[in-house]
Design a protein around this ligand. Structure first.
Ligand SMILES: *Cc1c(COP(=O)(O)O)cnc(C)c1O
Length: 422
C-alpha cells in the first residue's frame, strides 16, 4: 500500500476518525507523550477517577460494612456480565476474580479432572510464559500424569495451526492458547480451533488477555468451553486489576473449582463446615474480592461498550495497517523487520517491529523522544494501538522518531543490558 508519510496525512486521518472524541474521556496528563503501551497497561479513564472518589469517600468511608449489601457483594458477577457483552458470552457465564494466572490455574485443574483418562495438553511456544508455568504447576499438582506438548510456531510470528490440527487426537485433554499472542500479535481463529478440538473430544481454554477490548470475540457462536482474560490492558481497568473467567453454562455444573473457598460456597453465610459449590458462576470465586480495584474496572468497560467493539476493531485494523504502511515506507529501509502478521485478519491490536538494535532504540524512544512503546526480547519493539485514545498523529510521530533514531544513531549512547521492566 502506498501511503503519504507526511504529518498532514495523519492529521487528515484523525479528522475523519469517528472515535476521536473518546480520547478526551481519558486522563491525558502530558499531551506530548506518545503512549503506545495500552496493550500492557491501559490509560486511566476520567470516569474511573470519579468512581474512585465515591468508592473511597462514600462507600468505604461512610457506608462501611453496609456497602457489601449496597453493591459490593454482587460486583464480581455484575461487572462480569458487562465483560460478557464484549466476548459474546451470556451474563451468567463470566465472573471477575483473582489474576489471569490464578484463573487459568483454576480452570486448567478443573478441566483436567473432568477429562480423566486423557493425558495430553496442547499449547504453543507463542503463549505467555505465565500460562506455561501454570500448566507445568497443574501437571505436578495432579501427580505428573499429564504431558505438555508445546507446539512450535513455523516462523515465530504465526501460530502453528497445522501442527495443532495434526496433534489433536483422542488422548488430548485440553488445548489452551492465547487467542492473540503477546509478542507478534497473531490472532487464532477461535471458532475453527474450538471446533477441531471438540471433534477430538478435547476441551479448549482461551486466554483472551490481548484480545478483549481490542476485537470482537464470539464465545457463544464458537461454543467455547473456557476462557480467561486480563482487565488492565485494553479494558483500562488499572494496574493489577482482577481478571475474568468464562465457563460455558452447561460446564458449570461439572467443572469444579480446585481453590474452594467461602466466596464460592452455595450459602456462604450459613457458615456450613462442608463445602458445597454455588450453583452459578460464583462457584469460581475463592476469597473476598479486592473491591477497590474491582470497582475501578467498570468505567473502562463502559467506555468500550459505548464505543462499540466493532467500531473499535475497525479503527484498530486501520491504525495497525497505517503503521505497517509507515514501516514499509520509512523503517524497512533502515533494517526494521515486521514481526507481526501482514494480513489484518490474523493480527490483534499491536505491531511488533524487530531491529538488531531494538533494545537501545526502545530506550532512545522512551528517554529522548517521549514515546512509550514496550520491548519484548530478543528484539521486538511492540507498538500497541488502543483505538479509544491512540491517534494517527501519534503513530506517525513514533515512526518518524524510529527512523531518525537509526539515521542519526541516537541509540548508541544506551547500554545493551535491559532494565527490569520493559
Ligand atoms: C497479560 C497476560 C497475562 C497476565 O497475567 P497476570 O496473572 O495478570 O499477571 C496472562 N496471560 C496473557 C496471555 C497475558 O497477555
Amino acid at each position: 500500500m502506498a501511503i503519504r508519510t507526511d504529518a498532514a496525512y495523519a492529521a487528515e486521518l484523525d479528522a475523519q476518525d469517528e472515535l476521536a472524541a473518546f480520547r478526551q474521556r481519558f486522563v491525558i496528563d502530558d499531551p506530548n507523550l506518545i503512549y503506545l503501551d495500552g496493550n500492557s497497561l491501559g490509560r486511566l479513564p476520567r470516569a474511573t477517577r470519579e468512581r474512585s472518589h465515591t468508592l473511597i469517600d462514600t462507600e468505604w468511608g461512610q457506608r462501611l460494612i453496609r456497602s457489601w449489601n449496597e453493591g459490593w457483594f454482587d460486583m464480581p458477577e455484575r461487572i462480569g456480565a458487562k465483560i460478557a457483552q464484549l466476548i459474546g458470552a451470556a451474563p451468567d457465564e463470566v465472573i471477575v476474580a483473582d489474576s489471569t494466572s490464578v484463573n487459568l490455574f483454576k480452570l486448567v485443574v478443573g478441566a483436567l479432572r473432568l477429562q480423566h483418562g486423557r493425558t495430553r495438553i496442547l499449547t504453543d511456544n507463542l503463549n505467555f510464559p505465565s500460562d506455561l508455568y501454570i500448566l507445568q504447576g497443574a501437571i505436578e499438582l495432579l501427580g505428573g500424569r499429564h504431558r505438555l506438548n508445546i507446539l512450535e510456531s513455523p516462523d515465530g510470528v504465526h501460530g502453528p495451526v497445522e501442527a495443532i490440527h495434526a496433534a489433536l487426537d483422542e488422548n488430548v485433554a485440553l488445548l489452551t492458547l492465547s487467542h492473540t499472542v503477546f509478542k507478534s500479535g497473531y490472532t487464532y481463529d477461535l471458532a475453527a480451533l474450538t471446533a477441531a478440538a471438540h471433534d477430538a473430544g478435547a476441551l479448549v481454554l482461551w486466554d483472551l488477555s490481548h484480545s478483549v477490548g481490542a476485537l470482537p470475540i464470539d464465545l457463544r457462536a464458537a461454543n467455547a468451553d473456557l476462557a480467561v482474560g486480563c482487565t488492565y490492558k485494553y479494558l483500562n481497568g488499572g494496574p493489577g486489576a482482577p481478571a475474568f473467567l468464562y465457563v460455558r453454562r452447561d460446564l458449570q455444573e461439572r467443572l469444579g473449582n480446585p481453590i474452594s473457598g467461602w466466596m464460592g460456597q452455595r450459602n456462604l453465610f450459613a457458615f456450613d463446615l462442608h463445602y458445597q459449590p454455588a450453583r452459578s458462576i460464583r462457584r469460581y470465586l475463592t476469597g473476598t474480592p479486592p473491591i477497590v480495584s474491582l470497582a475501578l474496572i467498570e468505567p473502562g468497560v463502559d467506555l468500550l461498550l459505548e464505543a462499540g467493539i466493532e467500531r473499535v476493531r475497525a479503527k484498530s485494523e486501520r491504525q495497525t495497517g497505517y503503521l505497517i504502511a509507515l514501516w514499509e515506507a520509512l523503517l524497512q529501509p533502515v533494517g526494521f523487520t515486521l514481526n507481526s502478521p501482514h494480513d489484518s485478519r490474523w493480527r490483534g491490536s499491536h505491531i511488533s517491529l524487530g531491529h538488531p538494535e531494538g533494545l537501545r532504540i526502545d530506550l532512545a524512544l522512551i528517554n529522548d523522544c517521549n514515546v512509550l512503546p514496550d520491548f519484548r526480547a530478543p528484539d521486538n519493539i511492540r507498538l500497541g494501538v488502543a483505538p479509544l485514545y491512540t491517534s494517527y498523529a501519534e503513530l506517525h510521530a513514533a515512526a518518524v522518531w524510529m527512523r531518525r533514531i537509526v539515521d542519526e544513531r541516537l541509540y548508541e549512547k544506551y547500554p545493551r543490558e535491559a532494565p527490569v521492566v520493559t
